[in-house]
Design a protein around this ligand. Structure first.
Ligand code: ZN
Length: 463
């Protein structure tokens, strides 16, 4: 009947793990047909996949990635003895990596990076793509040459991708691009939107690929570009992502140039709304928190990157209380582990506030962290990227991960306690399997292309 039935010991429904349930997947569409009682309602003739010792949950959504930055992991943790290091010195190393990659090398780095994501439990990636020109800063014959290389890598790896095509115009507000930023260049607005439309048309033929827009930041994109880009996104119902307030220097430059802070500028330009995902947002005033919350916007935290780069700590509790949704992303690929990313949203708040249980869902008379963190890693990311996924519900994409209930880091819990054990303490190796659109792309901790992708990545990294 074209239906596959997944039969795990436990599965996640409404923030809790429950026993005796099965997921029916419609093979043709790659979507969830239903979630049912495993004892009585299985359709005759369906293919059964027993998953003993496993719990099933929605695949994690990585809402903010720059896959090429996987190349500089581990290479930036030093400084000249007499100099200081910060985000801005890290950026120089990132530029060097960006300048040297051919389209084929970019593909190989992204391919390996996406397989690392799938192995860790991410089934969707939002790739914030700002590498556009050739190494000399000249356009490729096809302006989407490099975007296509990244998309091809995602399709080969089997991860769902939302290519967030970026524009990058200025080296700082009102300043020309620096020579080392030449590959990011967007010469003019119409050409950018035309190329993004062409990519979107092409992507309609590729399952698991969609396209959105991403003006890089207030540093790199003039304010008067924002409204037309947002209108483009609105007409086509695509996501609109932007780096916002990652560093104090960016906020100061914005205030000096425009007389308002970055989130206030977005409000003034009319681009603050539920379609917006503001990435980082680690330096907000009370007023900016209220603006983002009132707009029902998403804020994408990238805590493993933010602690690496010294960006600061997201006010996740205040933002969610104000009405914003928090999602997570791997950003610079310092660490690719969804459980680490979601738990830091809460743990960083605890360190700052010297309190506990900050980011929560209300459950009866209790406030609980785990269901809120799991939604941050799944539902909220899917919403930020405009994909129909992120929960075990009929009609959504059959994107799942399975975790190993026998893993030592989960020992000593029961179904009731599993969400907290997993979200706050689970080891990354608990993830055993990943399904994207109903296809099992990681099986028992094996992705079939991992050996060759790793070899190709090592070749690029060694050059
Ligand atoms: Zn970023």
């Amino acid at each position: 009947v074209g239906v596959t039935v997944l039969l795990p010991d436990l599965l996640l429904e409404d923030g809790r793990f429950v026993a005796g349930r099965a997921v029916l997947v419609d093979d043709a569409s790659g979507r969830i047909r239903d979630v049912v009682d495993a004892a009585v309602e299985l359709p005759a003739g369906a293919r059964r996949v027993a998953l003993p010792g496993r719990a099933l949950l929605p695949g994690f959504v990585n809402a903010h990635s720059h896959s090429f930055q996987r190349l500089i992991r581990g290479r930036t943790h030093w400084r000249p003895a007499a100099e200081n290091a910060d985000f801005w010195t890290w950026r120089e190393a990132m530029y060097e990596a960006a300048l040297r990659l051919s389209p084929e090398q970019l593909h190989d780095v992204a391919h390996f990076c996406f397989i690392e994501m799938l192995r860790a439990g991410y089934t969707t990636v939002g790739e914030f793509h700002y590498l556009q020109m050739d190494p000399a800063g000249k356009p490729y014959a096809d302006p989407n040459e490099l975007a296509r290389a990244v998309i091809a890598a995602a399709r080969s790896a089997g991860i769902r991708i939302v290519l967030l095509n970026s524009c990058y115009v200025t080296g700082g507000i009102g300043e020309p691009l620096r020579p080392e930023q030449r590959r990011f260049a967007t010469p003019e607005l119409d050409g950018y939107l035309t190329a993004t439309d062409a990519l979107r048309t092409a992507a309609a033929e590729w399952p698991g690929v969609t396209v959105g827009v991403a003006p890089h930041s207030v540093r790199a994109v003039p304010a008067d570009w924002l409204e037309p880009i947002a209108a483009w996104a609105e007409e086509r119902d695509t996501p609109f992502h932007m780096h916002v307030s990652e560093q104090p220097a960016e906020v100061e430059a914005c205030t000096a140039a425009y007389g308002v802070r970055p989130v206030e500028l977005l409000a003034r330009e009319g681009v603050l709304g539920p379609r917006l995902t503001a990435v980082h947002a680690t330096h907000l005033t009370e007023n900016e928190i209220v603006l983002l919350g009132g707009a029902n916007a998403t804020v994408c935290a990238c805590p493993t990157t933010e602690r690496d780069l010294g960006d600061g700590i997201l006010h996740a509790g205040a933002l969610t209380a104000a009405g914003a949704r928090v999602a997570v992303g791997t950003d610079s690929q310092t660490i690719i582990e969804p459980l680490e990313e979601i738990r830091l949203v809460e743990y960083h708040e605890r360190l700052r506030s010297q309190r506990r249980i900050i980011v929560t869902d209300l459950r009866g008379d209790r406030r609980e962290t785990a269901p809120a963190l799991l939604r941050i890693g799944t539902e909220h990311g899917a919403r930020a990227l405009g994909v129909q996924a992120g929960a075990l519900l009929a009609g959504l994409a059959a994107d799942f991960v399975a975790v190993d209930l026998e893993h030592r880091s989960l020992a000593g819990t029961d179904a009731e306690g599993l969400a907290a054990m997993l979200a706050l303490s689970g080891h990354p190796d608990v993830v055993t399997d990943a399904w994207v659109g109903g296809r099992r792309v990681v099986e028992d901790r094996v992705h079939p292309l991992e050996p060759e992708a790793t070899a190709a990545f090592r070749t690029v990294a060694a050059q």
